[in-house]
Design a protein around this ligand. Structure first.
Ligand SMILES: NC(=O)C1=CN([C@@H]2O[C@H](COP(=O)(O)OP(=O)(O)OC[C@H]3O[C@@H](n4cnc5c(N)ncnc54)[C@H](OP(=O)(O)O)[C@@H]3O)[C@@H](O)[C@H]2O)C=CC1
Ligand SMILES: O=C(O)C1=N[C@H](C(=O)O)C[C@H](O)C1
Length: 269
């Protein structure tokens, strides 16, 4: 039992934080060894199970990231860009596998994470579900098979608390479509259309974001041509799919050489 990899969950009070804690606690392949929240958070020092409204889990919420990471084999981190960049440095120092689900990371954030990955194993993906990672592969294939008569649009919908757009998943799908077409997404991306935009440019890849209610996450990749449309769709109805993927990544990362990996590596897709 004690030989099982010890996992720390950051952002313990968050939507994904709580789902991850439940997933690790219920797993027979890993141990929950720590949960982290910001200094000053109401939950610090209290049992995480009780904070989440259930039975005690015997793990108190801490605000000391380095101390927790030093006693863990993996850190699963679904928080916010500033926190994730900080945790990347600390996880590398502690030589713990860092599984990053946080989205909305800037180019500068990605460079810092990449630097940390010189010393530690990092698995990062904008979506950790099996279904979405399969959809990414399908998108690449369909985009390679269809010519520019097919306009590509990525349409996503999420709950009203989401702070970044387009979603990390939408960007993964856009990248896959661009790769399938043999172009760089930076050169063909259409984001935030508003007002007199002019007609759609041939070959461009458009993004639209819907925000409302408690939508867990929905993504369509639309290929629209004169006379026909192809739609690839993924609908998430339960955050458990992301948590299961993240735990799989944390276990897969044990003993891997330092570097940056993604869910394609983990899932062997
Ligand atoms: N890759 C994937 O498969 C998925 C990725 N996500 C991504 O995960 C992230 C979190 O989503 P979600 O759980 O819905 O968001 P929440 O807002 O519910 O949770 C975020 C958590 O991170 C904590 N946090 C934020 N900033 C800091 C900081 N600087 N230091 C310490 N803790 C911090 C928050 O604490 P506080 O409340 O005190 O700010 C909160 O507990 C988002 O980027 C989202 O897009 C979500 C689902 C799946
Ligand atoms: O914030 C969310 O909720 C989600 N974020 C990820 C994203 O940005 O794609 C993954 C999932 O869609 C849920």
């Amino acid at each position: 039992m004690t030989n099982l990899p010890g996992i720390v969950i950051t952002g313990a009070s968050g939507r994904m934080g709580q789902m991850l804690i439940k997933t690790v606690q219920e797993s027979d392949k890993a141990r929950l060894v720590g949960v982290l929240e910001r200094p000053g958070h109401d939950w610090i020092g209290k049992d995480i199970g009780e904070c989440m409204g259930g039975a005690p889990m015997g793990v108190a919420v801490s605000d000391d990231a380095l101390e927790l990471f030093a006693h863990a084999q993996a850190v699963i981190d679904f928080t916010a860009p500033a926190a994730t960049v900080e945790f990347a440095g600390l996880a590398a120092q502690a030589r713990a596998v860092h599984v990053i689900g946080t989205t909305g990371l800037s180019e500068d954030d990605l460079k810092k994470i990449n630097a940390a990955a010189r010393h530690a194993t990092v698995v990062r993906a904008g979506n950790m579900s099996l279904g979405v990672n399969l959809l990414v592969q399908l998108t690449k294939k369909v985009a390679a098979a269809l010519d520019e008569d097919f306009d590509i649009e990525v349409i996503e919908a999420h709950h009203n608390k989401k702070v970044d757009a387009p979603s990390g998943t939408a960007l993964m799908l856009g990248e896959a479509a661009a790769e399938g077409r043999g172009v760089s997404l930076d050169n063909v991306s259409d984001r935030g259309r508003d007002g007199i935009t002019g007609a759609r440019e041939r070959g461009h890849i458009g993004f639209s974001a819907i925000r409302g209610g408690d939508i867990v996450g929905e993504h369509d990749v639309l290929f629209a041509a004169p006379g026909e449309r192809v739609v690839l769709r993924h609908i998430a109805t339960d955050r458990a799919i992301f948590a299961r993927g993240a735990l799989k990544a944390a276990l897969w990362g044990q003993g891997k050489a330092p570097g940056e990996y993604d869910m394609m590596d983990v899932l062997g897709l």
